[in-house]
Write a protein that binds this ligand. Structure first.
Ligand code: SAH
Length: 398
């Protein structure tokens, strides 16, 4: 039997829980010391013992876990989980029917009613991301619910238990048929080779699907494109397919070279027509400036935090300087695509970083379009920090 614990919420915080805020934040709880084993069921009450919500204990980031229902009679059992998964599928019927896109997020944690895990769909196979030991203790129930709700070939999992969300290296295969390696998926008709059992990342980040499509369909034609922090080169592949005259991909990870070649090749593009560099991005910016290289389009999608031998990059502190680097090597009237997945600041602050960089470099600019998470990465208004993605298309003017 799971332990059941009543957590008392400080007065100051009870209103936000009444309004549906899902994360059990540490500073809101009076008796956090009572929490022992992750996976315990939790009942939240206010200081007058009024019921606020039910959920589970699982350490994740700044939280003790998630509220999953505001109904006192509801339990986190198989029918409950199945119902949430089915509701999530109903929201995604148009993607599920789209023959040009066979990879998307099927269940997005708190955005679909249960924080702490996500499910992604890749051409018939599922990948579950577990973000705490607490939610992982519901694995058997979740698997039964999935089997009743979804038709799938096989299931993989990524355990991101460490409180900072880092991956626990393990065999990721769970059940069903094993996926081929690589597994070929499609996104907006573009192919990608993904590897479901090869570490924390499968080869593509699905949250940029609409940004990639926009680059291909509206911006790439005839342009020279620099893709920094390129990983497996997804933006470069889309740009090349959109008719870019040449793409240059820069990433310091050795694996990025063969992975990017593979993504070009599965789409019928000879990698020798493109440029793929295994290099520190900041070093490349210096080199390009010195050589007076200029690009029609510069894409930047850095991690929130990265440390290489020489440079530490924190999106929340260093984004302005990154935009400055990009401005220096972007043609007049060229486009800068600035992206961040950092959840500690919002769109306004992000645009502030961009504005600051243009002020410093004394150039004018125009914001052409903006993106946040696509609809399959469902979010709820009560939890704004869940909508972490911010992408801005900027035109550099005179
Ligand atoms: N833009 C990619 C995803 C980026 S993931 C996409 O569309 O799929 C972040 C990438 O940044 C990783 O591949 C990592 O190797 C790379 N990276 C981190 N710090 C870097 C640095 N200083 N220079 C170059 N690449 C870096």
């Amino acid at each position: 039997m799971r332990q059941e614990i009543t957590l008392r919420v400080k007065n100051k915080y009870s209103k936000q829980y009444k309004n549906g805020y899902p994360l059990i934040v540490k500073e809101a709880i009076i008796n956090g010391k009572d929490l022992k084993e992750e996976g315990a069921l939790v009942k939240l009450v206010d200081e007058k013992n009024q019921f606020l919500g039910k959920g589970y204990y699982g350490n994740q980031n700044k939280g003790y876990g998630w509220i999953v229902t505001q109904k006192e009679k509801e339990d986190m059992d198989v029918p409950f989980l199945k119902n949430k998964i089915q509701k999530a599928m109903e929201k995604r019927t148009s993607l599920m029917k789209d023959n040009d896109t066979t990879a998307y997020r099927l269940f997005n944690g708190e955005g679909d009613g249960i924080g702490g895990f996500t499910i992604e769909y890749f051409e018939g196979y599922l990948v579950i991301n577990w973000y705490s030991k607490g939610i992982y203790s519901f694995k058997e129930e979740v698997l039964v619910a999935i089997s009743e709700a979804i038709d799938y070939k096989g299931i993989y999992e990524k355990k991101r238990f460490n409180t900072d969300g880092t991956y626990v290296d393990d065999n990721d295969f769970v059940t069903g048929e094993q996926a081929p390696a690589p597994l070929l998926i499609k996104e907006n008709g573009v192919k990608f080779a993904v590897y479901l059992n090869d570490g924390a990342m499968v080869g593509i980040f699905l949250d940029q699907r609409e940004v990639r499509k926009t680059i291909r369909d509206k911006y790439a034609k005839g342009k020279t494109v620099l893709n920094t922090f390129s990983y497996t080169g997804a933006f470069s592949v889309y740009a090349a397919l959109g008719g870019a005259s040449k793409t240059t991909s820069v990433d310091l990870a050795n694996r990025s070279l063969p992975k990017t070649i593979e993504q070009f090749n599965v789409n019928g593009i000879n990698e020798l027509t493109q440029s793929i560099l295994v290099e520190e991005v900041f070093h490349y910016f210096k080199y390009a400036k010195k050589k007076n290289l200029k690009f029609d389009m510069v894409i930047m999608d850095p991690p929130s935090f990265a440390r290489s031998k020489k440079v530490t990059f924190r999106a929340s502190k260093d984004y302005t300087s990154l935009v400055n680097d990009a401005i220096a090597i972007t043609e007049k009237n060229g486009i800068i695509v600035a992206s961040t997945n950092c959840s500690t600041f919002g769109m306004d602050k992000f645009k502030g970083f961009i504005d600051q960089a243009f002020k410093e470099s004394k150039h004018k600019y125009k914001i052409l379009e903006e993106f946040t998470l696509p609809s399959d990465f469902a979010t709820i208004p009560q939890f704004k920090e869940g909508n972490y993605l911010k992408v801005v298309f900027i035109q550099k003017l005179g």
